[in-house]
Design a protein around this ligand. Structure first.
Ligand code: SAH
Ligand code: SF4
Length: 369
């Protein structure tokens, strides 16, 4: 009983609220819902960090903010603190380490050139899935991010681009720290806010959710007709080869995962992206490419081949580019389109979870590898 009362009274970040929830707050307070529109616009479109000086706020909105938002009140703003901002030497990648209210740190990466920028967002602090080659998997699960903590990353990236005189974000990929479909509800709430036309306005067709293969989450995305792109991280085309790299494969076996992908395709008609981290000698032979091609037959599939980013806790190395091209040719011969992704920003530790792992080592929190 006490726990429920305490949880209900716990202050929430304003960023956790969707537009509809914010409107409801004003209606419940006996105020016009139009104030929600003004506040939302300042917050998500204008990227405000605080509201005291906003000239277009009418007295009732100012009063509501004074009464409801701040230390000891129902809401707080919930902007994270930037603890690192690193740029790659090629200037194409910028990586931010953001500290949340409880001290946890997460990574947000902005990649781009010629005014076309993509942000890579985190959805959890750490990850429970334990993929052996992944720096986030190596640190284990800490906690789910709240919707506002996902929204805050987009605001942060937008502000950084605006301050640098660049145009805004075009695309978002949920490929940072964590497994988005293990934090389904918070991710969906955050994406509703992020794609809201009155605010951040990044349309669903510009957003890709990447999953290690959480079968119930894939089926739910399909049943709910969520309008986002789906990327599935495969890395192995037989049960044994995949399970050696992706322990989550034991919970959601490859056959079940592929059946879920087929259901997803049948219900949505959408192309599915498949990610394949290329690791020398582990999953990069022409025979393995052939098995992947067989696995994907009948689906509208596009494969993203990502040469391994080295991490402290895994001894593997990246597939050399000639072998990556051969792998790609086998897919091509089977009619499966693919792209070899560049390892952008390797010098800023731009692989998933790597900057946080590096900073923790520097602070003596984890032993050096
Ligand atoms: N949990 C989700 C999304 C985050 S990981 C997922 O696994 O899909 C995003 C992508 O980065 C995944 O395809 C993952 O396999 C890949 N990845 C993680 N660590 C990597 C590394 N060290 N080198 C190359 N790709 C990596
Ligand atoms: Fe988690 Fe994705 Fe890393 Fe696997 S690759 S441990 S699912 S973040």
């Amino acid at each position: 009983m006490t726990t429920v009362a305490a949880a209900a009274a716990a202050p929430r970040s304003l960023l956790d609220l969707t537009f509809v929830e914010l409107e409801r707050e004003f209606v419940v307070a006996g105020l016009s819902p139009l104030h929600a529109r003004v506040l939302w616009r300042a917050f998500h479109h204008g990227l405000s960090q605080e509201f005291s000086g906003a000239p277009n706020f009418l007295p009732p909105l100012r009063r509501w903010l004074a009464e409801q938002v701040g230390e000891g009140r129902r809401f707080f703003i919930g902007a994270p603190t930037e603890t690192a901002d690193t740029a790659s030497s090629d200037g194409l990648t910028r990586k931010f380490l953001l500290q949340l209210a409880d001290g946890q740190t997460i990574e947000t990466v902005v990649m781009g050139f010629k005014g076309r920028h993509t942000a890579c967002l985190s959805t959890q602090a750490g990850c429970a899935m334990g993929c052996v080659f992944c720096a986030t998997g190596q640190m284990g699960f800490v906690r789910h991010l709240r919707p506002g903590e996902i929204v805050a990353q987009v605001r942060h990236a937008q502000r950084a681009l605006r301050d640098a005189g660049s145009s805004g974000l075009r695309n978002l990929v949920l490929m940072g720290m964590g497994e988005p479909l293990h934090n389904y509800d918070a991710v969906m709430t955050a994406l509703e806010t992020i794609s809201d036309r009155r605010g951040l306005n990044i349309g669903p067709s510009k957003i890709t959710i990447s999953t290690v293969g959480v079968v119930p989450g894939i089926l739910r995305l399909a049943a709910e007709q969520r309008p986002y792109h789906l990327a599935v991280s495969l890395h192995g085309a037989t049960e044994a080869e995949r399970a050696a790299l992706v322990p989550a494969s034991r919970r959601w076996p490859l056959a079940e995962l592929m059946a879920a992908c087929r259901t997803y395709f049948a219900l949505t008609g959408r192309r599915i992206f498949f990610e394949w981290t290329l690791i020398a000698g582990a999953n990069d032979s022409p025979a393995q490419a052939g098995r992947l091609a067989t696995l994907l037959k009948g689906l509208d599939a596009h494969v993203n081949l990502i040469p391994l980013n080295p991490t402290g806790g895994f001894a593997g190395t990246a597939t050399p580019s000639a072998a990556a091209k051969t792998f790609q040719q086998v897919l091509q011969a089977a009619g499966i389109p693919s792209t070899i992704r560049q390892r952008r920003g390797i010098d800023v530790a731009a692989g998933c979870g790597q900057l946080r792992a590096e900073k923790s080592r520097a602070n003596g929190l984890v032993p050096a590898a």
